[in-house]
Design a protein around this ligand. Structure first.
Ligand code: HEM
Length: 132
């Protein structure tokens, strides 16, 4: 039976299941492990807090994720597609399709904004007509 509602316990399950897949991914696993090393518990807690803020407006997440992702120099747009693929599969495994879609649409938007910051920094400012 798939979940039709989102709560903190289900977000916990999603985050743990999703990063289980990420850690097993031959491409993404090493990228995460290089930075997170033996702090996976802390990362998973951060991500549960993040997703409760995004999905339940808990307001508990206080981080600066753009800065953390801009610092990842070996990450490419293809990695984001892989990441989103795992996220789509994990959310579809756990949640009814309409609820899974609510997670995925947010993940896609955030992934888009990280990629603007990581790969198109200059263009972003050109579009906004801000002198560099
Ligand atoms: C290829 C795609 C991605 C890679 C390789 C990646 C990698 C990472 C890594 C290594 C960290 C730990 C950073 C640190 O502790 O210094 C991190 C943190 C984080 N990631 Fe990602 N990420 C990706 C996509 C995403 C997406 C799409 C989202 C949101 C939908 C996301 C949300 C976050 C958040 C909220 C943190 C915690 C930042 C903090 O410490 O406050 N990531 N990511």
């Amino acid at each position: 039976m798939k979940y039709s509602k989102v709560d903190a316990a289900k977000i916990h399950e999603l985050v743990h299941s999703f990063y289980g897949r990420i850690r097993n991914d031959q491409e993404l696993g090493p990228i995460f492990n290089d930075v997170i090393m033996d702090n996976w518990d802390r990362h998973l807690n951060t991500m549960v807090t993040f997703w409760t803020s995004v999905m339940l407006s808990s307001g508990l997440y206080k981080g600066t994720p753009m800065v953390k992702h801009v610092a990842l120099k070996n990450v490419t747009p293809a990695h984001f597609e892989l990441w989103l693929g795992h996220f789509r599969v994990t959310t579809a495994d756990l949640f009814e399709p309409d609820v899974a879609a609510e997670f995925v649409i947010r993940a896609e938007r955030i992934a888009e904004s990280f990629q603007l910051g990581m790969f198109h920094y200059e263009n972003q400012f050109k579009v906004a007509n801000v002198p560099l």
